[in-house]
Design a protein around this ligand. Structure first.
Ligand code: SF4
Length: 322
């Protein structure tokens, strides 16, 4: 069996907020709770759910862009949470992120050439002419002309800026890319081009992906496996074909049924997800989905369902199963 490249067990991230006057009250927001997943070398793993479900927070916490509050993260067998100093820098080099909004992640005063060569210099990969040569090759690989090297972020369109963001993520030759809604800020016409580029890079470089998205059709096209998150927890996980074609968890089913239908003849007949997502500061007792679930039973409001294995190698957290 392949050793996972990334292994996450019981990841948790809580935020504390103090609100109110004159006597502020402290509230704990459980943004990510008990999230476990594995990603194999070269595999694309999708993390989906409604806005606010904790998917982006989970992705940032496992990279330690924000410090997790609990759980274990191992990358290539190394303990990411325990890594310090040089070990952490070396791990970070192997795991890179592509953000949703490339403009806010690029320094407007820094030329593209400098944005690409600086990480190479800092990590001791290349400097001077060698770094420039590598940066020019990266620009070509992501479909940008060589003169992009001397230009600045504001001179590019949204799609081109995302190509720059991708090139920058590749400067350190990572093994895993965390792509956090990488195309959702782009025009629809440009989305497909950037997705094609990501898929080409995945194939050519053997990259693994953690692909965070609210768009199920994109995840279906790009990913091998998928996990569905609801209120900070994974409620179903498995091969993307099975989970999105035949979801077991009632929330995964509603999410699938509410996702845009490519066939215009079927549009308009789709049910909507009913109710609001509850606050992560006061999650409902038992199954967090029970106030919105059409299949809820009395035990659902009392007992939190554990993730149980499904026959094809995935898992589901719902009292309807097992
Ligand atoms: Fe619905 Fe109960 Fe399953 Fe939760 S555990 S998804 S409330 S049936």
């Amino acid at each position: 069996m392949t050793e996972p490249l990334l292994s996450v067990k019981g990841l948790a991230k809580h935020f504390t907020v103090r609100k109110g006057f004159p006597k502020p009250k402290t509230t704990v927001i459980r943004a990510v709770e008990d999230v476990s997943l594995t990603i194999n070398p070269g595999e694309a793993f999708g993390l989906v759910g409604e806005s606010g479900c904790g998917k982006s927070t989970a992705a940032r916490a496992l990279l330690r862009l924000i410090e997790p509050d609990g759980g274990e993260v191992r990358f290539g067998g190394q303990d990411v949470r325990a890594a310090r100093g040089k070990d952490l820098i070396a791990l970070r080099r192997r795991m890179q992120i592509v953000f949703q909004d490339p403009y806010s992640s690029l320094d407007p005063r820094q030329s593209i050439g400098s944005a690409l060569t600086e990480p190479m210099r800092v990590h001791g990969i290349a400097r001077g002419e060698d770094a420039k040569k590598r940066a020019l090759a990266l620009l070509e690989e992501v479909g940008l002309p060589p003169n992009a090297f001397d230009r600045y972020p504001h001179e590019f369109s949204g799609g081109q800026r995302q190509r720059i963001g991708i090139a920058r993520a590749l400067t350190l030759e990572p093994e895993l890319i965390v792509a956090d809604e990488p195309v959702s800020a782009l025009d629809v016409s440009v989305q497909a081009q950037v997705l094609l580029l990501l898929r080409e890079l995945r194939q050519r470089r053997g990259l693994a992906f953690l692909f965070v998205s609210h768009d199920l059709s994109v995840v279906r096209w790009f990913c091998d496996r998928v996990a569905v998150m609801y209120l900070g927890r994974i409620v179903e996980e498995g091969p993307v074909g099975r989970v999105l074609a035949n979801p077991l968890h009632p929330y995964a089913r509603m999410l699938r049924d509410a996702s845009p239908e490519p066939d215009p003849a079927l549009r308009g007949a789709l049910p909507r997800i009913v109710g609001e997502i509850p606050s992560a500061a006061a999650p409902p007792p038992g199954c967090p989905f029970h106030p919105r679930c059409p299949s809820a039973m009395p035990e659902c409001s009392q007992v939190l369902p554990a993730l149980k294995p499904t026959p094809e190698g995935g898992s589901v957290a719902c009292h309807l199963y097992g």
